[in-house]
Write a protein that binds this ligand. Structure first.
Ligand code: KG4
Length: 336
């Protein structure tokens, strides 16, 4: 069975072609980075317009790369939510329209389910078995889940304010490092001292699996403002390293705490921030110490992509959950 998958929840237009045995035949991602960079963040109206322009060329490229035609596709799946509704509607409506014309089934995927299952795109020996604890950490979400099967997810904890990726992006903006901030902050952090500045870690209540990053962001803002007011040079690299360390410490310890509370032996990460090297290394090291197995998807399956949507959409199809032309997109995830 050939599956065509589409992802347009935010600022990337992505399409993938998969086989039902999880082989990814093509995965294409068209970034809108240059359009939004000049505004220092995503402009929703521009994002949907860009998706409209990109959707057919991106799908066409994925079909060409996979060596199949639209006539060969037997299942089409797209992200139904959460995200920017104007963006979601472009991909989801495209998928429903193709399904209607071709008379093939269509599934609508929760973007978070895609991140939770992305690890299953890896080679068999690099995949966890069910159940496992998963941290989804991206620009819009920071949540911990118990993943019981291909379609069963239980929320264990989530951020009460900013997502970790959002905090990276806001700190980058404070330091005039451009958008998106995560990769740049992480690159500069390598040249800085992670112990130089003592930024706060919000642990919240004892054993709490919730997160909070707004205090950390404010603390970085105050530090930068003080430097500027006193005409002191802003130690950008040290700020990046100390900030990154504060985020990673909390993400890692709470993920381990969640696995312990859930009684799981396996820990998985997903989402754009899961591409962060410090997070990957520290999580692996702490899991090894604490006796958990740690699974990290390759970076291309951490950031937004359609291959993970294809896999989640296929599992949904197997479970008998398809959508019709009237099914609407949603901006907030029922999983969260
Ligand atoms: O999952 P994603 O591609 O899009 C969604 O938000 O759904 O994640 C994008 C987020 C952005 O906030 C970006 O700054 C962050 O992931 N990010 C990183 C890194 N790569 C991407 N944050 C820290 N370190 C990175 N290497």
């Amino acid at each position: 069975m050939f599956i065509l998958a589409i992802e347009t929840s935010c600022d990337d237009t992505a399409a993938a072609v998969l086989e039902a045995d999880r082989r990814v035949l093509a995965s294409v991602v068209s970034s809108q980075f240059e359009v939004h960079a000049q505004f220092g963040g995503i402009v929703p109206e521009l994002a949907s317009r860009c998706h409209i322009e990109a959707i057919w060329p991106v799908v066409n490229q994925a079909l060409t790369d996979a060596g199949v035609s639209l006539q060969d596709i037997e299942l089409i799946t797209a992200t139904r939510g959460p995200g920017l509704v104007g963006s979601l509607l472009v991909g989801f409506t495209f998928a429903k329209a193709v399904a209607l014309v071709r008379q093939i089934p269509c599934t609508g995927v929760d973007h978070l389910a895609g991140h939770l299952l992305a690890i299953l795109l890896e080679k068999e020996e690099q995949r966890p078995t069910f159940p496992y604890t998963a941290l989804v950490v991206s620009g819009g979400n920071t949540s911990l889940f118990a993943v019981d099967s291909t379609t069963e997810f239980r929320l264990l904890g989530r951020t009460r304010d900013d997502a970790a990726g959002e905090a990276f992006d806001k700190v980058a903006k404070l330091l005039d490092l451009g958008y998106p901030g995560g990769p740049t902050v992480s690159r500069l952090a390598k040249q800085g001292d992670a112990d130089a500045i003592s930024f706060p870690r919000a642990w919240l209540a004892k054993d709490s699996l919730d997160f909070s990053f707004s205090g950390l962001k404010t603390s970085v803002a105050n530090y930068v403002n003080q430097c500027r007011q006193k005409d002191r040079p802003v130690p950008t690299e040290d700020i990046c390293a100390s900030f990154e360390q504060a985020v990673v410490d909390v993400l890692v310890e709470k993920t381990l705490c969640a696995a312990e509370q859930a009684g799981h032996q396996q820990v998985v990460i997903g989402g754009g921030v899961a591409a962060n090297n410090k997070l990957r290394q520290q999580l692996k090291a702490r899991c090894a110490e604490a006796g958990f197995r740690c699974f990290t998807p390759s970076p291309e399956y951490c950031t937004d992509n359609a291959a993970m949507i294809g896999l989640a959409g296929y599992f949904q199809f197997i479970a008998g959950s398809t959508v019709g032309p009237d099914t609407d997109a949603f901006s907030r995830s029922p999983l969260n």
